[in-house]
Design a binder for this molecule. Structure first.
Ligand SMILES: *[C@@H]1O[C@H](CO)[C@@H](O)[C@H](O)[C@H]1NC(C)=O
Ligand SMILES: *[C@@H]1O[C@H](CO)[C@@H](O)[C@H](O)[C@H]1NC(C)=O
Length: 348
């Protein structure tokens, strides 16, 4: 350690520094946290997300000239708040000198001279910069590369690599912890407990258990046959049909004939069943009247007949509107001024 050229942050602000892509999405951060509050957006240092009940329920951006401080969970002046995604941006705005980590390269660190310029320092062979201590330390892993980097100071979250264990977040740095003997950490409530919750599946994808693959139905083919198209394989029109299960957006029955028994199956994850087309397609490309949150790994889905101005929060089924009459773009998951052209937006 002493062999390194140790650079110690002169400013208390250095404790809040962070760097290096943590590799966790906001959805993944929320999934590990039992609490309610903000997380930083790893792709844009002005943007944030809002977690509740282990789901990402909202997102937004700080005003111009502000940067989101993930550890405080609030927007701070750009001239005194580290932009966790760009050292150059931090230095451009910094009103006083400070050391910051380089999010692109952990083996070096940056010095903001307080006049808008960025200077680079090298941690030497085998060294990496630790934003938490403001020093070069031995590698090989980058200290900033942890789930706490974009999360609040002073919280406990689940260890994504080790279900049943937790991580304590302090100023963007995670310290791993283990519950006592025979206890496991429960992500949902943040407590160590005797029951083991580690084999649960919290996703909203796949079958919801209403149907099982190949489940037969003797009346569905006759009922929905006329509404369905004969599918084509290449250019050859087939003699069987796929029909809606009349319950989910992603399940369909295979019908060899109109009089025959239907056998249930489900679309690949991310797609939903369009009976008129006889195939699994992008959910935005047609208007499914059932729960559009099924079989998609999306936090939000457009509400049918809302002109793409309303969306549903899949985790809670709460319907919301974008601010300022903006349109909700389901494919890109943003509120936007441009009205999307997807079929789901035109449905009446
Ligand atoms: C930082 O920016 C804010 C808002 O623009 C300003 O009020 C404040 O004086 C600035 N601080 C410094 C140290 O320049
Ligand atoms: C990272 O920084 C070090 C030290 O400044 C430099 O030698 C190295 O080439 C950089 N690596 C990359 C991938 O840019």
């Amino acid at each position: 350690m002493e062999a390194f050229n140790l650079r110690i942050c002169a400013l208390a602000a250095c404790l809040l520094l962070a760097s290096q892509a943590s590799g966790y999405t906001m959805e993944e951060m929320c999934a590990q946290w039992s609490g309610t509050g903000y997380v930083g957006n790893p792709s844009n240092c002005r943007a944030w997300g809002y977690c509740q009940g282990q789901k990402l329920l909202g997102w937004g951006t700080c005003p111009n000239d502000y940067v989101f401080n993930s550890q405080k969970g609030s927007c701070g002046y750009a001239n005194s708040t580290v932009c966790a995604t760009s050292a150059v941006d931090t230095c451009k705005a910094a009103a006083s000198p400070m050391y910051v980590a380089d999010p692109q390269n952990c083996t070096q660190y940056c010095y903001c001279n307080g006049k808008g310029d960025t200077e680079y320092g090298n941690c030497g062979v085998g060294g990496v910069y630790s934003a938490g201590t403001g020093k070069c330390v031995w590698g090989p892993t980058c200290p900033q590369d942890n789930i706490c980097r974009f999360m609040l100071n002073g919280i406990y979250v689940g260890d994504p690599a080790n279900c049943g264990s937790y991580i304590a977040c302090n100023n963007g740095v995670g310290t791993a912890g283990k519950c006592g003997t025979d206890l496991t950490y429960n992500l949902a409530n943040g407590y160590c407990q005797t029951t083991n919750n580690c084999d649960g599946d919290n996703s909203n994808s796949g079958s919801d258990g209403e149907f099982t693959i190949n489940e037969p139905d003797t009346t569905i083919c006759a009922k929905n046959w006329e509404a369905a198209e004969f599918p084509k394989v290449g250019t050859v029109t087939q003699t069987y049909k796929y029909v809606s299960d009349d319950t989910t957006c992603y399940g369909y029955y295979y019908c060899a004939t109109k009089e025959g028994t239907g056998y249930w199956n489900e679309c690949p994850t991310g797609t939903q069943f369009n009976q008129a087309a006889g195939k699994c397609v992008s959910p935005a490309s047609f208007s499914c009247a059932y729960d559009r949150c099924g079989n998609v790994n999306s936090q939000f889905m457009t509400v049918l007949n809302s002109n793409c101005q309303k969306y549903k929060i899949c985790a809670s089924s709460v319907v919301q509107s974008c601010p300022n009459n903006l349109y909700y773009d389901e494919v890109y998951n943003i509120c936007t001024t441009d009205e999307p052209t997807y079929a789901i937006c035109k449905a009446t």
